[in-house]
Ligand binder design. Structure first.
Ligand code: NAP
Length: 251
């Protein structure tokens, strides 16, 4: 199979729903053993694991709030103990708490920065220790067009995603000598529950006006990009942000 992930062990943060779920399923279909991390949606995470196992793959679910340093450490430890390795880390977990800055509670700023950005530090710090020893690894950070273009009502979210892009570049330079690549994916509008926070009509108009391909993306379309970046074939790509956005942000 091209872009095979056989013999790889992947950890997908926020793998219970949406884009993370699609990545977990795609990686497993390509032969990886997958740890499906979740925070609250245990049933959804177990359903992903069951689907992978029924198809003959290897998977396990693990509850951890990745915004919390110790819980992220425990998640990485669980992955290595359960499947004996950690070759691909996908920092995918994310939330929105949209509000104009004048009205944004401090707690919503903190929640978004901690869940979307600090989580990547937490999980990567633990994972890199293992990958450095193995002298190989892949880290994929789920950014957003919001981090590239900015979005009104999303100062917290846009800052977290722009932060992830900077984090990706800096870490890529730090670990390149050990054969570890670090890349980001910047999705546009992708059809998941995270978009439920937007009024349907606003969303429809935004897609029409801002997306050259004039439709939302499917979670699977982000997963294909992640599978490529996780594969051996992508060994010479690092520090990059791959837009999977229907042409929304042409950088
Ligand atoms: P989603 O459907 O709302 O799923 C979010 C996932 O993140 C869930 O599995 C959720 O798990 C998990 N999660 C949230 N907080 C967590 C925490 N503290 N610890 C561990 N897991 C946590 O959203 P999505 O659209 O798939 O988003 C996935 C990523 O893509 C996010 O980083 C998002 O910012 C990014 N993105 C999405 C879009 C889009 O249009 N959909 C566009 C650009 C970027 P629980 O349910 O268990 O809490």
């Amino acid at each position: 199979m091209t872009l095979s992930l056989a013999n790889k062990v992947a950890l997908v943060s926020g793998g219970s729903r949406g884009i993370g779920r699609a990545i977990a399923l795609e990686f497993a279909a390509r032969g990886a053993a997958v740890v499906v991390n979740y925070n609250k949606s245990s049933d959804a995470a177990e359903e992903v694991v069951k689907k992978i196992q029924e198809a003959g793959g290897k998977a396990a679910a693990f509850q951890a709030d990745v915004a919390d340093f110790k819980q992220a450490e425990a998640l990485v430890k669980f992955t290595i103990e359960t499947f004996g390795d950690l070759s691909v880390l996908v920092n995918n977990a994310g939330i929105t708490r949209d509000q104009l800055i004048m009205m944004m509670p401090e707690a919503d700023w903190d929640a978004v920065i901690n869940t979307n950005l600090k989580s990547a530090f937490n999980c990567s710090k633990a994972a890199v220790k293992h990958m450095m020893r193995k002298r190989v690894g892949r880290i994929i950070n789920m950014a957003s067009v919001a981090g590239q273009m900015g979005n009104p009502g999303q100062t917290n979210y846009s800052a977290s995603k722009a932060g992830l892009i900077g984090f990706t570049k800096a870490l890529a330079r730090e670990v390149a000598a050990r054969n570890i690549t670090v890349n980001a994916i910047a999705p546009g509008f992708v059809d998941t529950e995270i978009l439920d926070a937007m009024p349907a009509e606003t969303l429809e108009n935004a897609v029409k006006m801002m997306v050259p391909l004039a439709r939302k993306g499917k979670p699977e379309e982000i997963a294909y990009a992640a599978a490529f970046l996780a594969s051996d074939e992508a060994a010479y790509i690092t520090g990059q942000t791959l837009g999977v956005d229907g042409g929304m942000a042409m950088m």
